[in-house]
Design a protein around this ligand. Structure first.
Ligand SMILES: [Zn+2]
Ligand SMILES: [Zn+2]
Length: 210
């Protein structure tokens, strides 16, 4: 993260020369004022919260003004760097080709699935499906307080063009394990797009492992 941040700073004409100063600024803040390395935090929201706390920390503000505001500038650059990076990642996902998406390992595929489901006009549909399935995994019956379960799209979303409306019938509630298996099965054989065939197979696998 440190290297990427340095690259980011150096690519900005106004701050290019101070790149290494900002990096050491972040490292000093981590050491003196936080009990963790700031570069290990990748959520801009959390960094924003840290900035807020620091701005209300007298000791920090005194050191900051002695250093011509370097600390605050460094951490704010870091926050911007993280937010811009998030946008980059999002754009990357939407510009992926169909083939790339289909060949992705499960976890990444699942992130895409979630992003696209969230993006769809039916923001409530995921909740409706979970409710309809009683928050219970259709593969193995796993249930944990209306939590943990995920929603799987039977027809790979990479096969859909654009923001096509997602239908409830195409969604199924699965626990993370069964969801991972569902994607592996789907990679092997298209027949697992079929709800009944998928459920039967998941139940068979579950019984084998009991
Ligand atoms: Zn399950
Ligand atoms: Zn899925």
């Amino acid at each position: 993260m440190e290297d990427k941040f340095l690259q980011y700073i150096q690519s900005r004409p106004k701050s290019a020369k101070s790149g290494s100063n900002y990096v050491s600024g972040i490292n000093s803040i981590s050491k003196k004022f936080l009990d963790q390395n700031l570069f290990s935090i990748t959520s801009p929201k959390i960094v924003e919260k840290i900035i807020f706390d620091l701005e209300n920390n007298d000791k920090f503000m005194t050191e900051n003004s002695k250093g011509h505001n370097m600390y605050l500038r460094a951490i704010k650059h870091y926050k911007n760097f993280l937010s811009e990076n998030q946008d980059l990642n999002r754009n990357k996902i939407s510009s992926l080709s169909e083939k790339q998406i289909t060949n992705m390992p499960y976890y990444e595929g699942n992130t895409i699935e979630r992003t696209i489901i969230q993006k769809s006009r039916n923001r409530n549909i995921v909740k409706q499906v979970k409710e309809g399935d009683n928050y219970t995994c259709k593969g193995c019956g796993f249930y944990f307080y209306n939590k943990i379960v995920e929603v799987h799209h039977l027809i790979p979303l990479s096969n859909m063009d654009g923001e096509k409306q997602i239908k409830k019938e195409d969604l199924i509630t699965l626990c993370p394990n069964c969801h991972a298996i569902a994607h592996l099965l789907l990679n092997e054989d298209e027949k697992y797009k079929n709800r009944k065939i998928l459920i039967d197979k998941l139940q068979e696998i579950y019984k084998l492992n009991k």
